[in-house]
Design a protein. Sequence first.
Length: 270
Amino acid sequence: MTVYTSVQGLARGLQVLKALNSMEGGRATSQQLADLTGLHRTTVRRLLETLMEEGYVRRSRSDDSFRLTLSVRALSEGFTDAERIATVAPPIMGRLLQRITWPSDLTTPDGDAMIIRETTHRFSPLSFHRAMVGRRLPMLLTAAGRAYFANCAEVEREEILELLRAGAGGEEQQTMARNVALVRALIKRVRDEGYGGNSGDWAAQAKIGALAVPVFANGSVRGSLNVVYLSRAVSLAEAQRKFLPELQRAALDISVALEAGLVQTVATPL
């Protein structure tokens, strides 16, 4: 239950915005909006006047219809691809947890590292960490980072390497980033195997093993999805056999959901 009562005026204003957004060309008369929302025409007109004052709606003098302005698009500017993927992923990750029990993290790039956007750690009985959202994972030392790094565009990969070569990710990654042969081998291995792996490679989490697969949308990698386990409890071969197919299935489901959302966003005026 919520502590505060909802603000009815705000809810109705959003209702009008949604209705106007659903109309062809993002335009409609106040009567059409009243019919669509079920609100009284006077109420709709008052809400439209307020939206006009705030710059989100304009009125056409030729036919007295109301239209969305470009300011409406600014409302979605803060909703990045990272936020979008974090929005569609949770139910899919929940189903993944039911199948594998070990916790998973959804990560997206954040400069020289991957940042955890969503996780099932707090729900997994096998989790050894709880507060994971917002944690940064080393790009070249973790399964999540390797899965993304090997599949991102060459220009982006070089930008990441420049940061790491300058020491942004610590001395160990700086040394790795400066080793051209090692970087090429890492990329080839991940692409050939179809996943990024980490078997105690990250000194800070030496007892942890992980597998991760890239998450694509419209041909571009957007993030990665991992499964994390204790190396003493699960061997690499067992992890590959039990977890990899499930990870790939979940990543595909996220990709499908993400692409559907992107298509819907492009198709509507809002």
